[in-house]
Design a protein around this ligand. Structure first.
Ligand SMILES: [Fe+2]
Ligand SMILES: [Fe+2]
Length: 344
C-alpha cells in the first residue's frame, strides 16, 4: 500500500484533530449500545453545563459564532427525568403496527349495542390520543440540545400517540360502526399548559395515568381478541409516558423543592375538571358506553355501572399512588372533591 501523501498545504488548519485528550470508548451492554452506554465522562447528563440556546449537543465543543435559536430551557430540571434514556430505548424496541399486530378478523361477533359502545369509546380515544401527540409536540423546540434524550423520548411518545390515534380510528371503522359523538373541551388544560413541568404533570402523570388505569382494565372493556389486544398494546406504550412524568416530577421536587406549591396549583386547576383526560369519561355518551362494555350488554347496565365506579376508584387511587412515588404525597390532603370522593 502506498504511503498517504503528506499534507503540507499552508491553508489547512487541522487543529480540531487534537481537541480531545479524553477518548471515549463506549462498550455495548446487555441490551446493545444504548444511550446509557454512551452517557460517559463529559458526555454524561451529570456533566451538563449551562444551556446556550444553540443546537450544540452535550459534549460538543462550543463554537463562538454559533447561532442562537429561540429560547429553550436553560436549566436541566425544567425537563429532565432520570429514566428518559431507558424509556427511549424501550420505545424503539417495542414499536408495533396496528395494521399487522391486531387480530382484526376476531371483531365480527359483537352484538350491535356493544359494537356501538366500543365505537363511542374509540371516538373519544381517537380525539384524546391525537391531542396527546400535539401536547408534547408543542414543547419539542423548548428542550435544550443539552438534554437531547428528553427530546428523543418526546419524539418516541409522539410516534406512540400517532399509533394510538390510528388504531382507535381503525377500530371505529372496522366493524360496521364508525365515529360517533366527539368530546367536549379538547383537553383544554393540557393544550393550554405553558410550562414543561405543568404539561408533564397534567398530561403524563394525571391524564395519561387515568387513561392507563382504563387500558389496564381492557380485558373487561374489550370483548373480542382484537379489542383486548388494542388495549394491551396501548397500555404498554402508556406506561412509558407515565413513567417519564413520574420521574420528571420527582426530579423537579428533588432539585427545586421551591416549585412544590406551583405544581399544586396546576393540579388544583386540573382536579377541578375531574382529572385530565378522564373528564371526557363523564360525558353522557362515553359514560354510558363504558357501562355497557364493562357490564357486557345494555341489559347489564347496572352491573356495568358498578364496574365503572370500580374503574374510577382505581384511576384516582393509582393516580394518588404515583404522586406519592414522585414525592407529592401531600396532594392527598388537597385533592378536589370530584376526585376525593373516590380516595381509599
Ligand atoms: Fe396514547
Ligand atoms: Fe400516552
Amino acid at each position: 500500500m502506498a504511503a498517504a501523501p503528506v499534507l503540507t498545504e499552508p491553508t489547512l488548519d487541522l487543529s480540531w484533530l487534537d481537541l480531545y485528550e479524553d477518548p471515549t470508548n463506549a462498550t455495548p451492554g446487555k441490551k446493545g449500545l444504548t444511550l446509557k452506554e454512551i452517557n460517559l465522562g463529559r458526555y454524561a447528563d451529570s456533566a451538563r453545563g449551562g444551556g446556550d440556546m444553540t443546537y450544540r449537543l452535550r459534549g460538543a465543543t462550543p463554537r463562538p459564532g454559533a447561532h442562537r435559536f429561540g429560547a429553550n430551557y436553560q436549566s436541566k430540571a425544567e425537563v429532565w427525568s432520570d429514566n428518559c434514556l431507558m424509556l427511549y430505548e424501550e420505545a424503539v424496541q417495542r414499536q408495533w403496527s396496528s395494521a399487522r399486530d391486531i387480530p382484526w378478523d376476531t371483531l365480527g361477533t359483537l352484538p350491535d349495542p356493544m359494537e356501538r359502545a366500543m365505537c363511542q369509546l374509540s371516538t373519544m380515544l381517537t380525539e384524546v390520543e391525537f391531542i396527546a401527540g400535539d401536547v408534547p409536540g408543542q414543547f419539542l423546540a423548548e428542550v435544550s440540545a443539552q438534554d437531547f434524550e428528553v427530546g428523543l423520548f418526546l419524539m418516541s411518545q409522539i410516534m406512540d400517540e400517532a399509533r394510538h390515534t390510528e388504531v382507535f380510528r381503525k377500530r371505529a371503522l372496522a366493524n360496521g360502526g364508525g365515529l360517533l359523538a366527539q368530546g367536549q373541551n379538547g383537553l383544554r388544560t393540557l393544550i393550554e399548559a405553558k410550562n414543561f413541568t405543568e404539561m408533564s404533570v397534567l398530561m403524563h402523570v394525571q391524564a395519561e395515568g387515568f387513561v392507563q388505569s382504563m387500558f389496564r382494565l381492557g380485558e373487561m372493556i374489550g370483548h373480542t381478541d382484537a379489542d383486548k389486544r388494542i388495549f394491551r398494546m396501548s397500555a404498554q406504550d402508556e406506561s412509558r409516558h407515565l413513567a417519564f412524568g413520574v420521574m420528571h416530577l420527582k426530579y423537579v421536587l428533588d432539585t427545586e423543592p421551591q416549585r412544590r406549591e406551583e405544581i399544586h396549583h396546576y393540579l388544583d386547576k386540573a382536579d377541578g375538571d375531574g382529572g385530565g383526560a378522564s373528564g371526557d369519561v363523564q360525558l353522557q355518551e362515553v359514560f354510558e358506553s363504558l357501562c355497557i362494555l364493562l357490564g357486557g350488554g345494555i341489559d347489564k347496565f347496572d352491573e356495568g355501572l358498578q364496574k365503572f365506579l370500580v374503574l374510577r376508584k382505581r384511576q384516582v387511587n393509582e393516580y394518588m399512588h404515583r404522586l406519592e412515588v414522585a414525592g407529592l404525597g401531600d396532594r392527598r390532603q388537597r385533592v378536589g372533591p370530584l376526585l376525593a370522593q373516590f380516595l381509599d
